[in-house]
Design a protein around this ligand. Structure first.
Ligand code: NAP
Length: 517
């Protein structure tokens, strides 16, 4: 699928076999490739920056990394397993799972690793995308699927003096396994879902751990021990049991969303449950005061751990809530003037979530730049399609993150939607499919309106962009997303004609149905 093959690409309706480039070989990219292949769209290439597939589960290998969504829900509906080692599988097990699924569905061979896409641009003349990589390769395809996710670009805060630090430092999503932490003085900046998982793991081995918290979190219990033999046996032998647990967990996740959507009622009850748990864990009054969140339950991600708060109360661990003012060669300086001397700083400061494909450049119809188009905040119809970007589909795009639920559920729904769009393209003999701007604008208005009154609006979080607009999360339930995205509505789209191989005049968009064969 290189530029060289593009010249010989068949452009006739009858023989048209779509070429698709998927960018990102994480859970989303793998889901897309499986779905397309299953439906006869076999000319798929997956370009992946990393040396292996797995996406977030390749990159996030910090100690204790696990998915806090139980694996019997956090798995593809067509690749359920009954032999998970524990409730919430560790990173290595999930990574193996993704590799197994990709292999058994024969999409592992479609992945081109070590390939960093820098630029995607749409040609109106050929109705094709040109994709360029940092390795100076050029690919062409009829359609692109951007499956880079929301959590792929680590964010290191710009703190004065960070480059003057004399010790070692790294981001939690790029864990330096070669650096021995044992016996060292370590600073962890950030107390989000990642820090909460690795702090209890490293606390016993380091000499001194200083955890810098900007905002407290709401916690719910999760021990996540390995399943006892009897539970494993039951899961393995009773097929209905795992299915029942999957359905139960689905409803449990929907209940978390219910609490977030209704902060004055159900949210209060859930918050009280969390507060009772936290009180039982935070015996030390000083740590309790410091760790306590000052915002509505559910506004930020609720964290599931029975180990983090006890770890904060270990004799060798200190929780610091004074603001970090600068980094000195010796360590971290806080607003009270203290220099916290450390050998290593671990940035657990999350990801550049609101910039989506950044730093990739994506240019659509009439030279429209995606970054500019989204400069007022990212938005896409059902998180997937963007006006002026024909034959481009985003997975885990704007407003499709979940605060309660399995992202795999959304990714599977999106893969099926994208497949339907491409089927429409071929069955109509069209060159391109593009969401109608008024449809996208209306769905975005309706979606944003759904945030009113919810807990998400009650604090600042990584779900919002610099204008305060919530661009990361879906405002409702998983079942609502399925209702809206399970069946592609053809009237939501315009179709561009397939260019005449002789004439290269730029085509004008036509209304849905106008190209019906
Ligand atoms: P995160 O949730 O964005 O947390 C970043 C932390 O760094 C927050 O505590 C934040 O404080 C702090 N921070 C950021 N900039 C700072 C600064 N300049 N000074 C001091 N503190 C700063 O990142 P994450 O923990 O890597 O998790 C990101 C997302 O990945 C999660 O929300 C979740 O969706 C996903 N994840 C999932 C799992 C799972 O088990 N499913 C596990 C890990 C991660 P503020 O709160 O004040 O902003």
């Amino acid at each position: 699928m290189s530029a060289a093959t593009a010249a010989t690409h068949p452009r006739t309706t009858a023989s048209r076999s779509l070429e698709v480039i998927v960018i990102g070989a994480g859970l989303g990219g793998v889901a897309a490739a499986i779905e397309l292949r299953r439906h006869g769209i076999t000319n798929v290439t997956i370009l992946e920056r990393a040396p292996d597939l797995g996406g977030t589960w390749f990159y996030n290998s910090y100690p204790g990394a696990a998915c806090d969504v139980p694996s019997h829900l956090y798995s593809y509906s067509y690749a359920k397993r009954r032999d998970w080692s524990q409730l919430c599988s560790p990173q290595a097990e999930i990574h193996d799972y993704i590799r197994d699924v990709a292999r058994s569905h024969q999409v592992d061979g479609l992945v081109r690793p070590n390939t960093t896409v820098t630029d995607c641009s749409w040609s109106e003349e050929s109705c094709r995308w040109t994709v360029q990589t940092a390795e100076r390769e050029t690919y062409e395809a009829d359609a692109i699927v951007l499956a880079t996710g929301q959590l792929h670009q680590p964010a290191a805060p710009r703190i004065e003096g960070a480059d003057t630090f004399a010790g070692h430092s790294f981001h939690s999503a790029r864990w330096d396994h070669a650096y021995p932490l044992a016996g060292r003085r370590v600073a962890v900046v950030g107390t989000g879902a990642s820090a909460v998982q690795f702090v209890p793991e490293i606390a016993p081995e380091v000499a001194q751990l200083t955890v810098f918290q900007r905002t407290g979190n709401w916690f719910l219990p999760r021990k996540n021990r390995r399943y006892p033999a009897i539970v494993k046996e039951a899961n393995r032998r009773l097929p209905g049991l795992q299915e029942f647990r999957r359905k139960f967990m689905f409803q449990y996740c929907e209940a978390i969303t219910l609490a977030i959507r209704h902060p004055r009622t159900v949210g209060r009850l859930a918050g009280a449950r969390s507060a009772a748990f936290m009180r039982s864990q935070l015996k030390d009054p000083d740590t309790r005061r410091k760790a306590w969140p000052d915002y509505t339950f559910g506004c930020k991600r609720v964290l599931f751990s029975s180990y983090f708060l006890p770890a904060l109360q270990r004799p060798n661990v200190e929780l610091v809530t004074d603001a970090i003012t600068r980094i000195a060669p010796e360590g971290v300086v806080t607003a009270d003037g203290t220099i916290h001397e450390v050998d290593c700083i671990i940035w657990a400061t999350g990801f550049q979530t609101t910039e989506f494909m950044f730093p990739m450049s994506v240019t659509g119809r009439a030279g429209t730049e995606l970054h500019e188009y989204w400069s007022g905040g990212a938005h896409a119809h059902l998180g997937m399609t963007v006006p002026a970007f024909p034959n481009m589909f985003v997975m885990y795009g704007p407003n499709t993150n979940t605060s309660g639920g399995s992202i795999i559920f959304y990714l599977e729904t999106q893969a099926a939607y994208i497949r339907q769009a491409l089927q429409q393209l071929t069955s109509r003999g069209a060159g391109a499919i593009e969401v109608r701007p008024e449809v996208e604008a209306a769905s975005d208005r309706a979606l944003q309106a759904r945030f009113a009154g919810t807990a998400w609006t009650r604090c600042d979080s990584w779900y919002r962009d610099e204008h305060g607009r919530i661009v990361a999360n879906w405002p409702g339930y998983m079942r609502e997303y399925l209702q809206q995205a399970s069946e592609l509505s053809v009237s939501d789209f315009s179709f561009l004609p397939l260019p005449d191989p002789v004439s290269v005049a730029a085509p004008a968009p036509q209304e849905a149905g106008s190209l019906n064969a």
